[in-house]
Write a protein that binds this ligand. Structure first.
Ligand SMILES: NC(=O)c1ccc[n+]([C@@H]2O[C@H](COP(=O)([O-])OP(=O)(O)OC[C@H]3O[C@@H](n4cnc5c(N)ncnc54)[C@H](OP(=O)(O)O)[C@@H]3O)[C@@H](O)[C@H]2O)c1
Length: 232
């Protein structure tokens, strides 16, 4: 099986590429800049931009499964051309897609995938573990955690675990619908609960002072559990 991985150079995508290769699949990895991809030699790296569906024909050629990101990294907007992308996938012979969700609401791409007749799985992790890396500088320099959303309770999950679900998604029901969160996703906790984990990686443990906010390109994690799919 040849699997097209979009977002292949990203936090989840790099793990997914590695896991699919380990599992013996052929992997085609999409990036806007192949010269910077730095992906394993086993992956076939192709250039393309998800906002330019006609330019993705080569990327989809011969692909039977695809992992799709939902957003355009240039301005972090949701992709608006979902129907074009899913038409391309179906015409190329893709039978199954996973979509990495970015918000609890259904994006145009998710809606198009659901209407496409393809088997699909939406992945709805709440928050990536790697977001905590944003704490690195303030922990190192000041011994404090500066967090953009200090009151937000969130269930953090490692990107490799999200990739593992994308690499072997649950079998879709007869209608082709499945929606899932990684099984390792913990109960929600706020940053003050998570900071003591810093004890594992530095001493003295960092503090989360009141008002220790920082700017972040992230949006606040959703406060309620996601419900992505009527059959969830
Ligand atoms: N961070 C979280 O806690 C979290 C939680 C839940 C869901 N999510 C969702 O997960 C997704 C990834 O989030 P992230 O911020 O961590 O991003 P990221 O891993 O840094 O991913 C960026 C990836 O997207 C690719 N990309 C961006 N725009 C593209 C375009 N127009 N065409 C082709 N490829 C494009 C980039 O490829 P190149 O640069 O190589 O072209 C790169 O591989 C987002 O949709 C986000 O909403 C994030």
């Amino acid at each position: 099986m040849t699997v097209l991985v979009t977002g292949a150079t990203g936090n989840v995508g790099r793990h997914l590429v590695a896991q699919l290769l380990d599992a013996g699949h052929r992997v085609r990895a999409l990036t806007r800049d192949p010269s910077k991809a730095a992906l394993p030699p086993g992956a076939e790296v192709v250039g393309g931009n998800l906002t330019d569906a006609p330019g993705l024909a080569r990327a989809f050629d011969g692909v039977t499964a695809a992992h799709l990101i939902n957003f355009n990294g240039e301005d972090y907007s949701l992709l608006a051309n979902g129907p074009e992308i899913t038409d391309l996938a179906r015409e190329a012979g893709v039978r199954r897609v996973t979509v990495l969700k970015g918000s609890p609401d259904k994006s145009p791409l998710e809606q198009a995938v659901e209407a496409s007749g393809l088997a699909w799985t939406h992945l709805g992790p709440v928050e990536f573990m790697c977001n905590a890396l944003e704490w690195t500088a303030s922990v190192r320099d000041e011994g404090v955690v500066r967090e953009a959303f200090p009151e937000a309770r969130s269930a953090m999950v490692h990107e490799a675990d999200i990739a593992a679900v994308a690499a072997a998604p649950p079998a879709p029901s007869s209608s082709g619908c499945a929606s899932t969160r990684p099984p390792s996703e913990p109960d929600p906790a706020d940053p003050a609960d998570r900071v003591p984990l810093g004890d594992l990686w530095c001493r003295p443990p960092p503090r989360l002072p009141r008002g220790a906010r920082t700017a972040s390109p992230r949006t606040a994690p959703p406060t309620t559990p996601r419900s992505d799919c009527a059959q969830e």
